[in-house]
Design a binder for this molecule. Structure first.
Ligand code: SF4
Length: 486
């Protein structure tokens, strides 16, 4: 395992290809350092003996100690620990860890590369290539971005039907040593401060879509890759520093302008059925990760709501208690779905543990449907103060501080600075530069809500439920297998 400083050194050596506000920026640009703070913490905490075996794991291929975010889940316990570190770590930073992206991609690839070789009766070597890459990945303690979501063009047309075939990333040429790819991926979290861009399709594919059925990984500074940066960073604090103001999140629009990918880094090429499976598996692993971070974010909104109620003297009021109970229900049901998904997980032929599809997706769906409601609750209890309160500089100014301490006082015996800090946190959550990011990611992150419905309905046995109804109604039951054969 490496330190956060060693990781930064590696970023500094990369070819500059990140563009922001009209400039070609460095990967250790001060704005990037705020966005990547969580990534740096994943290195720092892994060095802390207190987290040994929790944030670290033992590699199943080398037997070495590795960062758990670089681990391929081998057991129910691995899935449970991954969910647990995601919830606990999110509490420490107050935002998105970002490192789950590469972890979830690698777990998905560990399953599909093996299945592809089996399907091809050993004529392909995708799994051997993947294992070589995994070894390097774990030894170098790398960060991966999940470059999955294509720009998609006309939403009613399939990849091969688009007026411009590059609207879904595809192979445009095949050379003796590798392939040439062209396209654009969006919403690429950590794109500007990762080692590798790990690419899979974003949807199911038909047999004529072989050129779009491609999975690979390349260094993020490879020739032809252009990263257009977006950074959601919190409002900086000077007078009243707080942890919440130190952590941002970054994404890129990721352009592949005829990029060469050597065959040793190509993990699927032309396998249309498994290209779609890779897309679904990444989403599945990421939704399981969500069952850790989404309850954590509810915990943060819930804790802030309770704190604001406490400093305002209304914590025992029935309406406040009712709202807190609603938030507890969301957090713990989503968490419970993740635990259930781990306990009902199955083993892939590669040995990788796969969480249950229905539990992961119902958990993620419940979190997504409630995210704006949770903001609504915090906003309701806070009143308008988070939006209109004076800037930090006025609180720090000795001329105004006595006025603000006097007039913004709430419950007797609560120090004015505690009240100020609680509302400043509420401001960061409700009206700060990260707010819209957390809200939109709360709905769309890891796949939009419709994809959750598709996954649930594609897996769940509705026919069995209809037979329950038929039995109760006195209607003859139908054999689901016979129905499928029709
Ligand atoms: Fe991890 Fe959650 Fe962030 Fe995804 S949204 S990277 S699961 S913390």
């Amino acid at each position: 395992m490496i330190t956060s400083e060693e990781f930064l050194e590696r970023l500094r050596r990369m070819r500059p290809n990140c563009y922001m506000h009209g400039e070609l920026i460095k990967r250790d640009d001060p704005r990037m350092l705020v966005s990547m703070k969580d990534i740096l913490m994943t290195y720092d905490l892994a060095q802390d003996p207190k987290y040994d075996g929790f944030i670290t794991a033992t590699s199943h291929i080398s037997g070495k100690k590795i960062n758990r975010w670089n681990h391929i889940h081998q057991s129910v316990e691995d899935l449970l620990l991954k969910q647990k570190i995601t919830r606990e770590f999110s509490h420490m930073s107050g935002t998105c860890i970002q490192r789950c992206m590469g972890c979830d991609m690698m777990n998905a690839l560990s399953v599909v590369t093996k299945e592809a070789d089996e399907q091809n009766n050993g004529k392909t070597e995708y799994y051997a290539r993947f294992l070589n890459f995994l070894k390097e990945w774990q030894d170098k303690d790398m960060i991966g971005a999940a470059a999955q979501t294509d720009v998609k063009g006309d939403r009613l047309l399939r990849p091969h039907e688009q007026a411009d075939p590059d609207l879904y990333l595809r192979v445009v040429d095949r050379k003796p040593g590798g392939i040439i790819v062209r396209g654009c991926k969006v919403h690429t979290t950590v794109g500007q401060y990762c080692d590798e861009l790990i690419v899979t399709p974003c949807r199911s594919l038909t047999p004529e879509e072989k050129d779009w059925a491609v999975c690979f990984s390349i260094p993020a500074d490879t020739k032809g890759v252009k990263l257009l940066v977006e950074a959601a960073n919190p409002t900086p604090r000077k007078a009243f520093p707080a942890e919440v103001a130190k952590h941002g999140i970054g994404h890129t629009t990721t352009i592949f302008d005829d990029v060469f990918v050597p065959y040793e880094r190509v993990f699927l090429d032309g396998e249309t059925r498994l290209g779609g499976r890779a897309a679904l598996l990444f989403a599945l692993y990421h939704r399981h990760s969500y069952t850790g971070c989404k309850p954590a974010y509810t915990d943060i909104l819930m804790g802030t709501t309770a704190l604001i109620a406490e400093v305002s003297g209304i914590e025992r009021e029935q309406h406040v208690r009712h709202k807190l109970a609603q938030m507890i229900s969301v957090a713990e049901l989503v968490n419970a779905a993740g635990i259930a998904a781990a306990y009902t997980s199955t083993k892939a032929s590669s040995g990788t543990q796969i969480p249950d599809v229905v539990f992961c997706n119902v958990g993620r769906k419940h979190a997504g449907e409630n995210i704006y409601h949770e903001y609504d609750i915090l906003c309701d209890i806070c009143g308008g103060q988070p939006q209109t309160m004076p800037y930090e500089e006025e609180y720090a100014n000795p001329e105004f501080r006595p006025y603000l301490d006097k007039y913004f006082a709430r419950k007797k015996d609560v120090p004015p600075e505690t009240i100020h800090r609680a509302f400043r946190l509420a401001q960061d959550l409700l009206a700060g530069p990260l707010t819209s990011n957390m809200q939109i990611a709360g709905v769309h992150g890891g796949g939009s809500p419709i994809m959750e419905d598709i996954a649930i309905l594609g897996t769940y046995d509705i026919e069995e439920k209809k037979n329950i109804a038929r039995r109760l109604a006195g209607i003859p039951e139908v054999d689901p297998k016979a129905k499928k054969r029709k």
